[in-house]
Design a protein around this ligand. Sequence first.
Ligand code: ADP
Ligand code: MG
Length: 271
Amino acid sequence: MTASPLLEIHGLTRHYRVRTGLFGPRHEVVAVEGVDFSIERGEIVGIIGASGSGKSTIGRLLTGLDEPDGGEILFDGARIDGLSDRARRPLRRRLQLVLQDASSALNPRRRVGPQIATPMLRLGVAGSREEARERTAQLLGLVGLSPDAAERYPHEFSGGQRQRINIARSLGVEAECLILDEPTSALDVSVQAQILALLLELRQQLGLTYLFISHNLAVVQSFCDRILVLDEGRVVENVAARLIGRRAMAPATLRLLEADLSMSPVPGVTS
Ligand SMILES: Nc1ncnc2c1ncn2[C@@H]1O[C@H](COP(=O)(O)OP(=O)(O)O)[C@@H](O)[C@H]1O
Ligand SMILES: [Mg+2]
């Protein structure tokens, strides 16, 4: 048994140099600044914040799609920032990013089955094509799709079904931790609730850990164990989900709470 958290972030910082217009002056955008948090195994941590507060940047930094300017990222006790592609390979399997737009993650011209099976073969989770095919059928069942989905193309599915395919693909490589960046934001409310229920079930069955990025406080509140509120790249709140709104909150949290009051609750995921 290890005592360290699955994911540990210290002082994570990412600034972007951007130019206003083609010849305009350069200035620095603070996307993420001095972010600290950790996630225990099996925990669901939500990151919430207004648009532009740095949520997606954190997701990209954690999965190596972008490198931080400062700070440390530890996964299962080992540094994972600044790794070469080769050194990151075994990690790509364990830590997976699931994005909002499932269709952009899927190749429209390939059947679903091979898209789930190929990463398994490439990352060495399946030893043969036959094994990969079998696992694919099992995974499709696990995410609530029929095995013949493997023979079909992404456009033959609804948005919610495509997100299920996407999740199956992450699970195919035996991911331990999913970074979910607004995974349900493009879906309508009832489909959103079904995907959240599926994610909860999968966590239970497979012992997964989630970092769940959202701009919707009601969703995060019902789905997550703990919530981080991000404001202009900084963590301004780190609190148990059930305590949100029940004690003094940062101004950014209060703004999210207010925005929420004008929105309808999500059916099926009441806390
Ligand atoms: N590749 C990039 N180049 C320049 N600025 C960026 C880049 N990615 C993000 N930003 C800026 O960093 C800030 C945080 O963006 P992001 O992480 O996408 O926020 P969120 O996901 O919370 O909406 C924003 O001001 C955004 O414009
Ligand atoms: Mg984003």
